[in-house]
Structure formats: structure tokens, C-alpha cells
Design a protein around this ligand. Structure first.
Ligand code: AMP
Length: 409
């Protein structure tokens, strides 16, 4: 069946304008590609892994239980209410150091529990402190910032601590009102934070704690100048908590400039995703890919499917097309505003729809449990993006599957 969006009277692109590695020509709507180096060639054999090793089954033996941490009764009750029983590895190791006031480098990816690892001890340290605002948390994407804010609200319930979410893509007025209320925690993305600092609405000179979450992703996304600008507004005497999945020379430079005698805690799971069954699917053109994809989605086991595409335009178009074919689908990409992205994410997380089609940037850092399949409709820019994409399936010892479309040989 031809890949056509129903209801559109406009002529369709020919399949050839969508060749792998190519940018859709014309229309000005291919803006989802990230700035930076040209697309890496990745040999198709790197997208195949049929000798799946099951993820190590011996669970982490925590040295602490939550009750060991010097948290007040309210925070302990909020942790119990959230359903956490044992601390994860990063929580077990980082919480005592953070409570002791040390700077910490946490080498941890999404899914390790890193958010609670920094939120819990910082919430505890802030309870009873009148200085506001005092904690700044910077994250690469709006969605991740929002997720952190949601976790903050759950953990800080009843403790008289407040937050402001300062992200792009939404009205500034509400954020200015939130800032006027002098929240204890400011959680945001680099661009909007820098904006509000430069417009004189945000003062960081009294802040005591800085958290940089997914620092490697922030650098990938070109936020380095914004981050340096933001941090230059903070006092040198502060506690800095720095989270990253990888350590590159750029990251090391930041660590050197921003942290003092840091403690490093590494809980990275291997970046190889050996436990995810991976295979390629050959297709001769875009229409063929869509046909094959629709066949797959018709199978029972494809229950919660995350599909990656390269451009904002392509992602939206594919999602609309799948919906027209009867496969419930949402899209997230940078052309959607914040509330549209949130709504789409929630529908997918809550399994109201079967498919979510996303760009790499929009999907970054999101915590989506139980994804049965990751499908790379377009090949990723780099191998590290590939590993990041397929790491969304096969979490927590579950079986994960990933398919990557490649050009027919
Ligand atoms: P994160 O790596 O912070 O994005 O967390 C990944 C997921 O693990 C989130 O859904 C958390 O709510 C959950 N989580 C974090 N810590 C724990 C814990 N100690 N016990 C159970 N679930 C947790």
C-alpha cells in the first residue's frame, strides 16, 4: 500500500526523496536533525545480535535500607508511599555522600534510579532551610525536567518545599509568577534558564546546590555555553552533583571546572545492550518500510512499540499514517508544544496507544517502562544513539527486541 497521508490533497513526496541518510528535500520541514557532525556510517552487522545473553540476574545487594538514611519521618513516609523498598545501586552509594555535603559524579543512565538518588538527600538537606531558592536542577529536555519535577512533588509532599519548572516552549508569564513565590527548587532546561537570568528574572547568587542531570546529553545538544553561563551565576561555594552516562574529554573538562574533590560513583550498565535481541530488516524504499512495519504491528507481541525517526516532519507523518492504518499511535518531536508532548507521552506510558514515534532528541532521558519493541525506522546518527535507542526495551531483565530498517542490498 502506498505511503500516503489520508485527507491530504497535496502531492506526496516520491520515495526516493527519503533515501537513508538523506534529508527530505524542500518544504522546510526536515528540521528535526540535530546540528553537528554528518551521519556516521554504521555497518549493518552492528544492528544484529541474536545470541542474546540474559541480563545478569543477581540483583544489586544494597548496603542500606531507606530507614538507615537520616531522613525525617515525612520523607521516609513519602518514599514508602512511592513503593520503594530497597535503594538502587546509585541511591545506596550516592545518598550518604550527598548527605555528607560532598560533590558527586554519578555515572548512571536512565533507569538506574538516579533521580531519587539526588532528590532525596537534597530534599532532606533543604527541609527547614529558609533560604530560597537554593537548589538548581538542570536537565537536557523539557520532558526530563518535568519528570524530575513530578518526582520532586511526590517526595516533598507535606514538607513545605516548592519548585518552579523553567522550561522552553511554554509561556514565560506563569514561570515568572512561580519564581515570584520564591520556590526552594528550580528545575529547568538550559535555554530558558539562561534567558530568564539574562532578563534579570532569575538570581542564582544564593543557591547552595547545583544538579546537572544527563550532562553528556546536554553537551551533545549544544548547551555547553548556556550551562557555563548559568553556572557562572552561582556561588563557588556550593554542592555540585553531576550525572552523566558517559565520560568524554569535554565532560572531564566540565567536571574539573565545576566540582570540588568529587566522589565518583559508577553504576553504568554495560553500554552494549547484549540482552536486547537485535535484527535488521531490509527494505527497498520508504513505502516498503512502511508496509513491513504495518505487518509487524499487526502481530500480537508488538504491544508497546517505540519507533525512532530522523526528522520532526517524518516522525509526525509516520505516526499519522500508522493511525490511519488502525495502529493507535502518537508522535513526539520538537515541533509539538510542551503540553502536546506531555499528552502524547502519557498516552503511550499508560498504554492507551500502542505506538509512539519519536525523534532522538524528544525521546532523550524519558523513563518509559515495558517497551516491547524498539524499531529504528531511520538509522541513528551514531552508534551511541543506537545503543541509547534500543536501551528503551528489555529493561529490568525483561526480554527486549529491536529492529533496524536498512537499505536492501
Ligand atoms: P530514573 O533512573 O531516576 O529515571 O528512575 C527509573 C525508574 O525507577 C523510575 O520509574 C523510578 O520511579 C524507579 N525507581 C527509582 N528508584 C527506585 C527504587 N529504589 N525502588 C523502586 N523503583 C525505583
Amino acid at each position: 500500500m502506498p505511503y500516503k497521508t489520508q485527507g491530504s490533497g497535496r502531492p506526496q513526496r516520491s520515495a526516493s526523496s527519503f533515501r537513508r541518510g538523506g534529508r527530505p528535500t524542500g518544504g522546510g520541514s526536515g528540521g528535526g536533525r540535530r546540528k553537528g557532525p554528518a551521519k556516521q556510517y554504521i555497518h549493518p552487522s552492528k544492528f544484529i545480535n541474536q545470541a542474546v545473553t540474559k541480563e545478569a540476574e543477581d540483583p544489586y545487594q544494597a548496603k542500606h535500607v531507606f530507614a538507615d538514611f537520616p531522613f525525617g519521618a515525612e520523607l521516609q513516609a513519602n518514599i514508602r508511599a512511592k513503593g520503594y523498598t530497597a535503594p538502587s545501586a546509585i541511591q545506596d552509594q550516592a545518598i550518604p555522600e550527598i548527605i555528607a555535603g560532598k560533590d558527586v559524579i554519578g555515572l548512571a543512565n536512565t533507569g538506574t534510579g538516579k533521580t531519587a538518588a539526588f532528590l532525596l538527600p537534597v530534599i532532606e538537606r533543604m527541609s527547614g532551610i529558609m533560604l530560597r531558592p537554593s537548589v538548581l536542577i538542570v536537565a537536557p529536555t523539557r520532558e526530563l525536567a518535568q519528570q524530575i519535577d513530578e518526582e520532586f512533588r511526590v517526595f516533598a509532599r507535606g514538607m513545605g518545599l516548592y519548585s518552579a519548572l523553567i522550561v522552553g516552549g511554554v509561556s514565560v508569564d506563569r514561570q515568572l509568577r512561580e519564581l515570584k513565590r520564591r520556590p526552594h527548587f528550580i528545575i529547568g532546561t538550559p535555554g530558558r534558564l539562561k534567558d530568564l537570568i539574562e532578563r534579570g528574572h532569575l538570581q542564582l547568587k544564593n543557591m547552595g546546590v547545583l544538579v546537572l542531570d544527563e550532562a553528556d546529553r546536554m553537551l551533545d545538544m549544544g548547551f555547553l555555553p548556556d550551562i557555563r553561563r548559568i553556572v557562572s551565576e552561582m556561588p563557588r561555594e556550593r554542592q555540585t552533583l553531576f550525572f552523566s552516562a558517559t565520560i568524554t574529554p569535554d565532560i572531564q573538562a566540565l567536571v574539573h571546572d565545576f566540582l570540588k574533590e568529587p566522589v565518583t560513583i559508577s553504576v553504568r550498565t554495560t553500554e552494549t545492550s547484549d540482552h536486547v535481541e537485535q535484527d535488521v530488516i531490509e527494505a527497498h524504499d520508504k513505502n516498503h518500510k512502511v508496509e513491513l512495519l504495518a505487518d509487524l504491528l499487526g502481530k500480537d507481541e508488538y504491544q508497546k512499540v517505540l519507533i525512532f525517526g530522523e526528522t520532526k516532519f517524518g516522525v509526525q507523518r509516520l505516526s499519522d499514517h500508522l493511525s490511519n492504518l488502525g495502529h493507535t499511535s502518537v508522535a513526539i518531536h520538537g515541533n509539538k508544544n510542551q503540553s502536546q508532548r506531555q499528552r502524547a507521552l502519557k498516552q503511550f506510558k499508560d498504554e492507551k496507544v500502542k505506538v509512539m514515534v519519536a525523534t532522538d532528541v524528544a525521546a532523550r532521558g524519558l523513563d518509559i517502562p515495558n517497551v516491547t519493541h524498539v524499531i529504528n525506522f531511520d538509522t541513528p546518527q551514531t552508534y551511541s544513539d543506537y545503543v541509547h535507542r534500543i536501551g528503551r526495551t528489555g529493561r529490568g531483565g525483561a526480554r527486549g527486541r529491536a529492529h533496524t530498517f536498512i537499505d536492501q542490498q
